[in-house]
Design a protein around this ligand. Structure first.
Ligand code: FE2
Length: 297
Protein backbone atom coordinates (compact mmCIF):
# COMPACT_ATOMS: atom_id res chain seq x y z
CA UNK A 1 0.00 0.00 0.00
CA UNK A 2 2.76 2.42 -0.92
CA UNK A 3 2.66 4.68 -3.90
CA UNK A 4 6.00 4.55 -5.73
CA UNK A 5 6.10 7.67 -7.88
CA UNK A 6 4.26 9.99 -10.25
CA UNK A 7 4.03 7.79 -13.33
CA UNK A 8 2.38 10.21 -15.75
CA UNK A 9 -0.06 13.09 -16.11
CA UNK A 10 -3.00 13.44 -18.48
CA UNK A 11 -4.04 16.77 -19.99
CA UNK A 12 -6.98 17.66 -22.28
CA UNK A 13 -6.53 20.13 -25.12
CA UNK A 14 -8.49 21.30 -28.18
CA UNK A 15 -5.22 22.16 -29.95
CA UNK A 16 -2.66 19.36 -29.95
CA UNK A 17 -0.44 21.37 -32.32
CA UNK A 18 0.11 24.01 -29.62
CA UNK A 19 1.18 21.31 -27.16
CA UNK A 20 3.37 19.62 -29.78
CA UNK A 21 5.20 22.88 -30.45
CA UNK A 22 5.54 23.65 -26.75
CA UNK A 23 6.61 20.14 -25.79
CA UNK A 24 9.03 19.42 -28.63
CA UNK A 25 10.33 22.74 -29.95
CA UNK A 26 10.20 24.90 -26.82
CA UNK A 27 10.97 22.47 -23.99
CA UNK A 28 12.73 19.78 -26.02
CA UNK A 29 10.75 16.68 -25.06
CA UNK A 30 10.44 13.64 -27.34
CA UNK A 31 7.22 12.59 -29.07
CA UNK A 32 6.22 9.04 -28.23
CA UNK A 33 3.76 6.73 -29.99
CA UNK A 34 0.23 8.20 -30.10
CA UNK A 35 -2.42 6.74 -27.79
CA UNK A 36 -5.45 4.81 -29.07
CA UNK A 37 -7.52 7.84 -28.00
CA UNK A 38 -5.59 10.05 -30.43
CA UNK A 39 -3.51 11.54 -27.64
CA UNK A 40 -0.21 13.28 -28.20
CA UNK A 41 2.28 11.62 -25.88
CA UNK A 42 5.48 13.19 -24.67
CA UNK A 43 8.38 11.22 -23.23
CA UNK A 44 11.36 12.09 -21.08
CA UNK A 45 12.84 8.64 -20.49
CA UNK A 46 12.41 5.03 -21.56
CA UNK A 47 8.70 4.99 -20.71
CA UNK A 48 6.31 5.24 -23.68
CA UNK A 49 5.03 8.56 -22.29
CA UNK A 50 5.03 10.76 -19.21
CA UNK A 51 2.62 13.46 -20.44
CA UNK A 52 -0.47 12.48 -22.46
CA UNK A 53 -2.45 15.26 -24.14
CA UNK A 54 -5.90 13.97 -25.02
CA UNK A 55 -7.96 15.74 -27.68
CA UNK A 56 -10.99 17.45 -26.14
CA UNK A 57 -13.04 20.61 -25.84
CA UNK A 58 -11.11 22.48 -23.15
CA UNK A 59 -7.61 23.18 -22.02
CA UNK A 60 -7.49 21.47 -18.65
CA UNK A 61 -5.44 19.19 -16.46
CA UNK A 62 -7.19 15.81 -16.26
CA UNK A 63 -5.36 13.53 -13.84
CA UNK A 64 -2.19 12.29 -12.20
CA UNK A 65 -1.23 8.65 -12.74
CA UNK A 66 0.29 7.20 -9.54
CA UNK A 67 2.41 4.09 -9.86
CA UNK A 68 2.28 1.07 -7.53
CA UNK A 69 4.69 -1.85 -7.41
CA UNK A 70 2.32 -4.67 -8.23
CA UNK A 71 -1.28 -5.90 -8.17
CA UNK A 72 -1.09 -6.65 -4.44
CA UNK A 73 -0.08 -3.08 -3.53
CA UNK A 74 -2.65 -1.60 -5.89
CA UNK A 75 -5.45 -3.84 -4.61
CA UNK A 76 -4.66 -3.15 -0.95
CA UNK A 77 -4.74 0.60 -1.68
CA UNK A 78 -8.11 0.28 -3.42
CA UNK A 79 -9.40 -1.65 -0.40
CA UNK A 80 -8.15 1.08 1.98
CA UNK A 81 -9.80 3.79 -0.14
CA UNK A 82 -13.13 1.95 -0.23
CA UNK A 83 -12.96 1.38 3.52
CA UNK A 84 -12.63 5.18 3.82
CA UNK A 85 -15.78 5.56 1.65
CA UNK A 86 -13.86 6.77 -1.41
CA UNK A 87 -15.54 5.78 -4.68
CA UNK A 88 -13.08 3.81 -6.83
CA UNK A 89 -13.82 2.69 -10.39
CA UNK A 90 -11.79 -0.13 -11.86
CA UNK A 91 -10.38 0.79 -15.27
CA UNK A 92 -11.27 -1.30 -18.30
CA UNK A 93 -8.74 -3.40 -20.19
CA UNK A 94 -8.94 -0.88 -23.05
CA UNK A 95 -8.21 2.03 -20.69
CA UNK A 96 -5.24 0.19 -19.21
CA UNK A 97 -3.89 -0.64 -22.67
CA UNK A 98 -4.20 3.00 -23.75
CA UNK A 99 -2.19 4.09 -20.69
CA UNK A 100 0.34 1.30 -21.39
CA UNK A 101 -0.22 -0.31 -17.98
CA UNK A 102 -1.43 -3.70 -16.76
CA UNK A 103 -4.12 -2.52 -14.31
CA UNK A 104 -5.76 0.84 -13.68
CA UNK A 105 -8.27 2.37 -11.25
CA UNK A 106 -9.85 5.83 -11.07
CA UNK A 107 -10.89 7.98 -8.09
CA UNK A 108 -10.98 11.60 -6.85
CA UNK A 109 -9.39 13.26 -3.86
CA UNK A 110 -11.57 15.30 -1.43
CA UNK A 111 -10.93 18.44 -3.52
CA UNK A 112 -12.12 16.87 -6.77
CA UNK A 113 -8.68 16.24 -8.30
CA UNK A 114 -8.80 13.08 -10.44
CA UNK A 115 -6.32 10.26 -9.88
CA UNK A 116 -5.41 7.15 -11.79
CA UNK A 117 -3.74 4.36 -9.79
CA UNK A 118 -1.84 1.75 -11.76
CA UNK A 119 0.81 -0.94 -11.86
CA UNK A 120 2.62 -2.80 -14.62
CA UNK A 121 3.86 0.01 -16.85
CA UNK A 122 4.95 -1.04 -20.34
CA UNK A 123 8.49 -0.24 -21.45
CA UNK A 124 9.51 0.01 -25.09
CA UNK A 125 13.13 0.81 -24.18
CA UNK A 126 13.44 3.44 -26.91
CA UNK A 127 16.19 5.74 -25.67
CA UNK A 128 15.23 9.32 -24.91
CA UNK A 129 16.42 11.61 -27.69
CA UNK A 130 15.57 15.27 -27.34
CA UNK A 131 14.83 17.21 -30.54
CA UNK A 132 16.55 20.16 -28.84
CA UNK A 133 19.59 18.40 -27.42
CA UNK A 134 18.50 18.05 -23.77
CA UNK A 135 20.88 15.58 -22.16
CA UNK A 136 18.04 13.86 -20.29
CA UNK A 137 15.91 13.84 -17.17
CA UNK A 138 16.11 12.65 -13.59
CA UNK A 139 13.21 10.21 -13.90
CA UNK A 140 13.13 6.38 -14.06
CA UNK A 141 12.38 5.01 -10.59
CA UNK A 142 11.94 8.58 -9.29
CA UNK A 143 8.94 9.02 -11.54
CA UNK A 144 8.37 11.82 -14.02
CA UNK A 145 8.69 14.63 -11.48
CA UNK A 146 6.09 16.19 -9.23
CA UNK A 147 2.60 17.62 -9.46
CA UNK A 148 1.23 20.48 -7.37
CA UNK A 149 -2.54 20.35 -7.05
CA UNK A 150 -5.18 22.77 -5.76
CA UNK A 151 -6.52 21.67 -2.37
CA UNK A 152 -9.00 24.02 -0.71
CA UNK A 153 -9.59 21.31 1.93
CA UNK A 154 -5.90 21.03 2.70
CA UNK A 155 -6.05 18.83 5.81
CA UNK A 156 -8.59 16.41 4.29
CA UNK A 157 -6.52 16.14 1.11
CA UNK A 158 -3.37 15.31 3.06
CA UNK A 159 -5.14 12.55 4.99
CA UNK A 160 -6.54 11.18 1.71
CA UNK A 161 -3.11 10.92 0.10
CA UNK A 162 -1.77 9.13 3.19
CA UNK A 163 -4.23 6.34 2.32
CA UNK A 164 -2.19 5.88 -0.86
CA UNK A 165 1.04 5.67 1.15
CA UNK A 166 2.30 9.24 0.80
CA UNK A 167 4.22 10.65 3.77
CA UNK A 168 5.03 14.21 4.84
CA UNK A 169 8.24 15.82 3.62
CA UNK A 170 7.74 19.50 4.41
CA UNK A 171 5.00 21.92 5.34
CA UNK A 172 5.12 25.55 4.25
CA UNK A 173 3.00 28.47 5.44
CA UNK A 174 3.63 31.57 3.34
CA UNK A 175 2.66 35.12 4.30
CA UNK A 176 1.27 36.44 1.00
CA UNK A 177 0.79 40.10 2.00
CA UNK A 178 2.23 42.58 4.50
CA UNK A 179 -0.99 42.39 6.53
CA UNK A 180 -0.16 40.15 9.52
CA UNK A 181 -3.85 39.24 9.83
CA UNK A 182 -3.94 37.65 6.36
CA UNK A 183 -4.26 33.86 6.55
CA UNK A 184 -1.07 32.22 5.36
CA UNK A 185 -1.00 30.07 2.24
CA UNK A 186 -0.43 26.45 3.23
CA UNK A 187 1.50 23.98 1.08
CA UNK A 188 1.96 20.33 2.02
CA UNK A 189 4.87 18.56 0.31
CA UNK A 190 4.55 14.76 0.29
CA UNK A 191 6.83 11.98 -0.88
CA UNK A 192 6.23 8.56 -2.33
CA UNK A 193 8.48 5.50 -1.91
CA UNK A 194 11.22 6.96 -4.07
CA UNK A 195 14.07 9.39 -3.45
CA UNK A 196 12.33 12.44 -4.92
CA UNK A 197 11.85 15.17 -2.26
CA UNK A 198 8.16 15.43 -3.15
CA UNK A 199 6.14 13.76 -5.87
CA UNK A 200 3.03 15.67 -4.76
CA UNK A 201 2.33 19.06 -3.21
CA UNK A 202 -1.07 20.30 -2.11
CA UNK A 203 -1.74 24.03 -2.08
CA UNK A 204 -4.66 25.72 -0.34
CA UNK A 205 -5.56 27.79 -3.41
CA UNK A 206 -7.80 27.35 -6.46
CA UNK A 207 -6.40 26.53 -9.91
CA UNK A 208 -8.92 27.00 -12.75
CA UNK A 209 -6.89 24.72 -15.06
CA UNK A 210 -7.03 21.91 -12.47
CA UNK A 211 -3.32 22.05 -11.65
CA UNK A 212 -0.92 24.58 -10.13
CA UNK A 213 2.15 23.15 -11.84
CA UNK A 214 3.98 20.01 -12.85
CA UNK A 215 7.76 19.69 -12.51
CA UNK A 216 10.31 18.02 -14.76
CA UNK A 217 13.89 17.67 -13.50
CA UNK A 218 16.61 18.01 -16.12
CA UNK A 219 20.05 16.47 -15.63
CA UNK A 220 21.98 19.71 -15.80
CA UNK A 221 21.78 23.44 -15.21
CA UNK A 222 22.75 23.93 -18.86
CA UNK A 223 19.63 22.01 -19.94
CA UNK A 224 17.57 24.37 -17.75
CA UNK A 225 19.28 27.47 -19.11
CA UNK A 226 18.95 26.45 -22.75
CA UNK A 227 15.24 25.64 -22.17
CA UNK A 228 14.72 29.04 -20.53
CA UNK A 229 16.28 30.75 -23.55
CA UNK A 230 14.00 28.77 -25.91
CA UNK A 231 10.91 29.71 -23.85
CA UNK A 232 11.82 33.40 -24.07
CA UNK A 233 12.70 33.18 -27.78
CA UNK A 234 9.32 31.54 -28.52
CA UNK A 235 7.34 34.11 -26.55
CA UNK A 236 6.15 31.69 -23.85
CA UNK A 237 5.03 33.35 -20.63
CA UNK A 238 7.71 32.99 -17.96
CA UNK A 239 5.61 32.75 -14.79
CA UNK A 240 8.67 32.81 -12.56
CA UNK A 241 12.28 33.73 -13.16
CA UNK A 242 15.11 31.36 -12.32
CA UNK A 243 15.40 30.68 -8.60
CA UNK A 244 16.30 28.09 -5.96
CA UNK A 245 13.66 26.62 -3.66
CA UNK A 246 14.33 26.49 0.06
CA UNK A 247 13.04 23.01 0.82
CA UNK A 248 14.11 20.81 -2.11
CA UNK A 249 17.00 23.02 -3.40
CA UNK A 250 15.55 22.79 -6.94
CA UNK A 251 17.01 25.41 -9.27
CA UNK A 252 14.18 26.12 -11.69
CA UNK A 253 12.04 28.50 -13.68
CA UNK A 254 8.31 28.29 -14.37
CA UNK A 255 6.70 28.63 -17.80
CA UNK A 256 3.00 28.65 -18.62
CA UNK A 257 1.96 25.60 -20.67
CA UNK A 258 -0.78 25.64 -23.33
CA UNK A 259 -2.92 23.98 -20.64
CA UNK A 260 -2.99 27.13 -18.52
CA UNK A 261 -0.97 25.61 -15.67
CA UNK A 262 2.76 26.03 -15.22
CA UNK A 263 5.66 23.73 -15.96
CA UNK A 264 8.47 24.01 -13.43
CA UNK A 265 11.67 23.10 -15.25
CA UNK A 266 14.57 22.53 -12.88
CA UNK A 267 17.60 20.57 -11.82
CA UNK A 268 19.56 19.48 -8.74
CA UNK A 269 16.56 18.55 -6.58
CA UNK A 270 17.26 17.10 -3.14
CA UNK A 271 17.00 13.31 -2.76
CA UNK A 272 16.53 12.67 0.97
CA UNK A 273 17.28 9.44 2.81
CA UNK A 274 13.82 8.68 4.18
CA UNK A 275 15.19 6.39 6.91
CA UNK A 276 16.66 9.44 8.66
CA UNK A 277 14.49 12.27 7.33
CA UNK A 278 12.42 14.26 9.81
CA UNK A 279 9.57 16.28 8.21
CA UNK A 280 10.33 20.00 8.20
CA UNK A 281 8.38 23.25 8.31
CA UNK A 282 9.54 26.03 5.98
CA UNK A 283 8.58 29.69 6.35
CA UNK A 284 10.06 30.86 3.03
CA UNK A 285 9.75 29.23 -0.37
CA UNK A 286 13.01 30.30 -1.97
CA UNK A 287 16.66 30.83 -1.18
CA UNK A 288 16.99 33.21 -4.12
CA UNK A 289 15.18 34.24 -7.31
CA UNK A 290 11.76 32.97 -8.40
CA UNK A 291 10.27 36.38 -9.11
CA UNK A 292 6.65 35.79 -10.19
CA UNK A 293 4.88 37.49 -13.08
CA UNK A 294 1.11 37.19 -13.60
CA UNK A 295 0.00 35.78 -16.96
CA UNK A 296 -0.97 38.30 -19.64
CA UNK A 297 -4.64 39.33 -19.46
FE1 FE2 B 1 7.44 22.51 -7.82
Amino acid sequence: MTVRSLGYVVVEAPDLAAWRKFGLEVIGLMEGPAGSDGSLRLRIDERPFRIAIVPGKTNRFVSCGWEFKDAEELESTITALRRAKVEVREGTAAEAANRAVRQLAHCKDPCGNQLELFHGRTYDYAPFASPKGLTGFVAGDLGMGHAVLPAAQLAAAREFYKLLGFADTDEMWLQMSPNPADPKLGIHFMHAACRRHHSLALVGMPAPSGCVHIMLEARSLDDVGYALDRCIANGAHISSSLGKHSNDFMVSFYVQTPGGFDLEFGCDGLQPDWSTWVPTQSVIGDLWGHRWSPPPA
